[in-house]
Design a protein around this ligand. Structure first.
Ligand code: MRU
Length: 343
């Protein structure tokens, strides 16, 4: 399963706002339409937006000047422009930063060669993301026992990455190993990534799952119907504090109260060691309409009502049992062990 394609310098993506109703592939022909696709969550999920943004730069290269100093300046502006699409998932910044570094390293070369190096790096980021997902699943699968029931939030599968995903990738692998997982899916208000995307992916993989409203989690935990919680991440600080889809923190607190292990799965590209603690993470605020209208359609409150729409929250590391990465599983003390793993 794929969520984007890059071929002959053409970029295509599966429009996630149309799922599960329609599998609509779109051509991203300009950097502006790429920016909008990220902003409007047509392309979403931390690892995927990094890869997609890198390819958005590739399709834009021929529109830049042939004069090297102008080319380099315009390239820098383009990288900055794409960074501005969404603030929280660090993978976006990480991927664009890699392209920026490549352009600096090859600045003595001709423009043609710099362009080639950038495209090569974007393809490498893409390939690495696929492999990274595989490694996360390899490590994470050992944490899941036979016949366990897992609660997950938002969408962390092949729609959110260029491989099999992070938290969902682990679940796919447990199914492959015959461990017979059952998944409870938080619908994930307001944009319903759980209901629309995770339910769709689990259906495709024939994994037994139940869609629940976000406010059902406590009840299920109280009634001993959840064995573990597995979520993804958009940015993890040096102390292990983790930003993920709004509502993740609720789950972590509930998990602590009910003594249920709470796991985060993320590639090393999701770690931002320049930030010490969770409160340093910029949390994306989105428009009121997303909360007031279900999927842009039915208004569910008086039209004068004001809404607050924070897209992410931060789970303090002390609520996290372990973080599954592509280089191994990190346990507390996080500050020390994260440093050890990411040298
Ligand atoms: O706003 P979204 O849909 O991009 O948020 C995505 C999430 O919060 C995911 O859990 C996270 O990016 C991990 S994706 C493997």
């Amino acid at each position: 399963m794929r969520s984007l394609k890059f071929k002959n310098n053409k970029l295509f993506y599966l429009d996630q706002t149309k799922l599960p109703g329609k599998e609509l592939w779109r051509n991203c022909a300009t950097i502006k339409s790429g920016w909008k696709a990220i902003k409007n969550l047509k392309v979403r999920g931390a690892p995927l937006i990094g890869v997609f943004a890198a390819y958005c730069i590739c399709i834009h290269l021929d529109k830049l000047s042939k004069k090297k100093n102008v080319f380099l300046r315009q390239l820098k502006q383009s990288l900055k422009y794409l960074e501005s699409a969404r603030p929280t998932a660090v993978n976006l910044f990480w991927a664009l930063d890699r392209l920026g570094k490549v352009s600096l390293q090859s600045r003595q070369k001709e423009v043609k060669q710099i362009k080639k190096n950038i495209v090569k790096e974007a393809k490498l980021i893409h390939q690495q993301d696929i492999i990274t997902c595989k490694h996360i699943a390899d490590y994470g699968v050992n944490l899941v026992k036979k016949n366990e029931t897992i609660l997950t939030h938002c969408n962390t599968g092949f729609l959110a990455s260029s491989g099999q995903g992070t938290a969902l990738g682990i679940i796919f692998k447990t199914k492959k190993q015959g461990k017979n997982p059952t998944v409870y899916i938080d619908e994930t208000r307001p944009l319903l990534q759980g209901a629309r995307l995770t339910a769709w992916e689990l259906n495709k993989k024939k994994i037994k799952s139940f869609l629940i409203t976000d406010n059902s989690a406590a009840f299920l935990m109280q009634n001993k119907q959840i064995d573990k919680i597995l979520v993804g991440a958009d940015r993890i600080t040096a102390s292990g504090d983790t930003a993920n889809k709004i509502g993740t923190y609720n789950l972590a607190i509930l998990a602590k109260y009910h003594n249920i292990p709470f796991y985060v799965a993320a590639p090393l590209s999701t770690f931002d060691l320049s930030l010490k603690k969770g409160s340093d993470i910029v949390i994306e605020k989105r428009g009121q309409k997303e909360v007031k209208k279900v999927l842009g359609q039915a208004l569910i409150c008086p039209k004068e009502t004001k809404a607050a729409n924070f897209a992410f929250d931060v789970t303090p590391s002390k609520l996290i049992k372990a973080i599954v990465t592509d280089k191994g599983v990190i346990y507390p003390p996080y500050e020390k062990n994260i440093k050890k793993l990411i040298k």
